[in-house]
Design a protein around this ligand. Structure first.
Ligand code: DC
Length: 227
């Protein structure tokens, strides 16, 4: 029996909370590849803008910030559920970039053409080295259009909101399902209607609908695609 080499550049796109990070991380660990979650970069730029009290509506200012920002992404130094350390000017912001304020503003920041250009170029440089699972919204369409395997992981807004809700409750946090669902739908709307690099599957992407599959089943299915 011959073993086919797995695809070297894997692009994994899909809407918020579709399970991309869990799948991407497991896939990268299994294949011994780099896992690169590009959403971190958009979140980091948003975090810095909020921290410096910059006007988020000023595209030129935010673009300049994206061009200059020193965002460091390194292997995890702590065993607290993180997949990597995210530092900005030596400050560990791994969890802060996930907070509600960043969440509420990141779609605006990531809709700016100049921001996307600056961050996409960095992502492409890293992705082209190969042996990478890159996760985002526009990896298969814009960042790495020649990726060896493109997956678009989809799930209904209701299912994604439910997963987010369960996650928060499991962490002992207060959560409202209706509120989460409203935010998921709003983010989908902004991400998929923006003028530059809107969220959509690449023409040659394999669409995986995870509504009726758990994380293990999605992983097994995608490993089949890798073979
Ligand atoms: O995947 P995430 O939730 O961490 O992404 C945060 C935001 O960044 C989300 O609003 C979509 C945006 N994003 C993007 O526009 N392009 C990417 N390649 C990754 C994320």
């Amino acid at each position: 029996m011959t073993n086919k080499t797995p695809p070297s550049i894997i692009a994994l796109d899909g809407p918020a909370a579709s399970g991309k990070s869990t799948l991407g991380r497991t896939l990268a660990d299994t294949l011994g590849y780099l896992f690169f979650d590009t959403g971190i970069m958009y979140r980091a730029v948003t975090w810095i803008a909020l921290q410096r009290d910059l006007n988020l509506k000023d595209e030129a200012v935010i673009t300049e910030l994206a061009q200059k920002a020193q965002i460091d992404i390194r292997p995890p130094s702590q065993n607290d559920g993180r997949s990597c350390d995210v530092t900005i000017d030596e400050r560990d912001v791994t969890w802060e970039i996930r907070d509600a304020e960043v969440e509420a503003n990141v779609s605006v920041v990531s809709a700016y053409a100049g921001v996307r250009k600056a961050l996409s170029e960095q992502q492409r440089r890293i992705g082209m080295r190969g042996r990478v699972v890159m996760v985002g919204r526009d990896i298969g369409t814009v960042v790495l259009p020649d990726a060896d395997l493109k997956i678009y992981l989809d799930a209904s807004a209701e299912e994604r909101a439910k997963r987010r809700f369960d996650e928060l409750i499991a962490r002992g946090e207060k959560a409202s399902y209706d509120e989460i669902l409203r935010k998921v739908i709003e983010r989908d709307r902004i991400d998929s209607t923006r003028a530059v690099a809107p969220l959509r599957p690449a023409d040659d992407a394999v669409i995986v609908d995870s509504d009726k599959m758990n994380a293990g089943q999605v992983f097994a299915h995608v490993m089949e695609l890798c073979r």
